[in-house]
Design a protein around this ligand. Structure first.
Ligand code: FCB
Length: 454
């Protein structure tokens, strides 16, 4: 069967993040990050797992690039560890930290893999958290200084920049739900943090442009189509709050509309002061919107004294009852929702270009005779690639697709218990083994089409 092809310039890649794969937390002058502190605090991560060693990528990067080349990857999205570049968050730049990424970028380019660099994938220098973290406006300035240091060093070769990864998670999972570093539980702080993240993005955009000629600059949001769990007015209101607080809260100001009025009303005086200058800064025109998409979400109303956001999402068992396939994360599998989301974002906000900067699934993998057959992950990707193709057909300017993740890694609060990789990692030996999904992905990339699994 002939499969529909993707545009010739379409980029197929995979993504990772520094703290999830690098390890080597004390090497070459790296300072501590909030994730070192959090993961070393008893009770905060599954099994007490930490990123101390992770996938040891800091020592194995050359082999990892060779692996990417073998899989035929055309692009690789990774993040820079701020505490390697500025161990104290501000002040002296640690050249050895920059050297690591400099070598990595050269190796990628030699392998004809286009680097996509994320500046902030959650590992804030602990020294900055000690001074209030993202709730302190000084951290915004520190981020801009850090951005400049990285862009000056890599900007001649890196032409795709992502300021932030998933500001919703940073602000709300880290500062309201407390499931991520820094582990705070305060809505006012979370709102202040979200505003500062957006502000730092807006200020970083011109700095990246100034230090990286012709670069494509963007930001990555985790977006999800939100549906009411039932058609009661309560659940419909919950879905509105969910969509407003998760999707529109970031999209609207980035695209020059300011914060959504319904949400400002809902948050009331918990909302920090926002000036029109701030809003203009946040709305700095950018080139590409990155979307991390994993699942559709079903919103169910809960009383405000149980959850100050007024909603919860349906759990894995509840989704299974509705007939959904559910991943290890308790997330519903629905590929068509990706197409729905892409078309909706395109219609509503008309970004110049879009990338899927993350998409993938965690399923229980089994190593049998040294091989890992992962048909569910493969089917997940198959369906989502097809959905992406439909969006392109419908006119969505989707330019590339990054599978999460290149390899199994430290899944934040869930430690090593969840495997998202298309490459299996044996954490005892650090051996990498491509799963059947990776071998199939290699065929997809070679054909630039969603080939049928064998
Ligand atoms: C996203 C994160 C990424 C990874 C995936 C599973 O929220 O950006 O680091 O943890 O989820």
């Amino acid at each position: 069967m002939t499969q529909p092809r993707f545009p010739n310039t379409f980029l197929w890649g995979a993504a990772t993040a520094a703290y999830q794969i690098e390890g080597a937390v004390h090497e070459d002058g790296r300072g501590p990050s909030i994730w070192d502190t959090f993961s070393h605090t008893p009770g905060q991560t599954f099994n007490g797992d930490t990123g101390d060693i992770a996938c040891d990528h800091y020592h194995r990067w050359r082999d990892d690039v060779a692996l990417m080349r073998d899989l035929g990857l055309q692009a690789y999205r990774f993040s820079i560890a701020w505490p390697r570049i500025l161990p104290e968050g501000t002040g002296a730049i640690n050249q050895r930290g920059l050297d690591f990424y400099d070598r990595l970028v050269d190796e990628l380019l030699a392998a004809q893999i286009t680097p996509f660099v994320t500046l902030y994938h959650w590992d804030l220098p602990q020294a900055l958290q000690d001074r209030g973290g993202w709730a302190n406006r000084a951290t915004v300035d520190a981020f801009v200084t850090y951005t400049e240091a990285v862009a000056r060093r890599l900007g001649d070769r890196v032409k795709h920049w992502i300021t932030h990864n998933e500001p919703w998670v940073v602000a709300f999972v880290g500062n309201l739900q407390g499931r991520h570093a820094p582990g705070l539980q305060d809505l006012r702080t979370a709102l202040q943090v979200s505003h500062h993240l957006l502000l730092s993005h807006g200020l970083a955009v011109p700095v990246l442009r100034a230090n990286s000629a012709d670069a494509e600059v963007g930001i990555t949001l985790d977006l999800s189509p939100i549906r009411p769990a039932t058609d009661t007015p309560e659940d419909q209101r919950a879905a509105q709050l969910f969509d407003g607080g998760w999707n529109r809260w970031f999209l609207d100001p980035l695209f020059g509309r300011g914060y959504p009025a319904d949400m400002l009303e809902f948050y009331g005086d918990l909302m920090p002061a926002v000036t029109t200058d701030d809003l203009a800064t946040i709305a700095a025109p950018f080139d590409a919107l990155g979307i991390n998409y994993y699942r559709p979400t079903f919103a169910s109303a809960v009383p405000l004294d149980e959850n100050p956001l007024g909603y919860r999402s349906l759990s894995g068992p509840e989704l299974a009852e509705r007939g959904y396939e559910v991943t290890e994360m308790g997330w519903a599998v629905e590929a068509a929702a990706l197409d729905e989301l892409l078309q909706q974002v395109n219609r509503e906000y008309a970004p110049k270009a879009l990338y899927i900067t993350e998409n993938g699934a965690s399923f229980p993998d089994q190593v049998v005779d040294g091989t890992i057959d992962d048909p569910r992950r493969l089917a997940y990707l198959h369906g989502h690639f097809q959905a992406a193709h439909q969006s392109i057909e419908a006119g969505v300017p989707l330019r590339g697709y990054f599978v999460w993740s290149l390899m199994d890694n430290f899944e934040w609060g869930l430690g090593y218990s969840k495997r998202f990789g298309i490459v299996h990692v044996d954490y005892q030996t650090q051996q990498r083994t491509p799963k059947s999904s990776a071998l199939w992905y290699r065929q997809v990339i070679a054909a630039n089409a969603v080939v049928d699994p064998e």
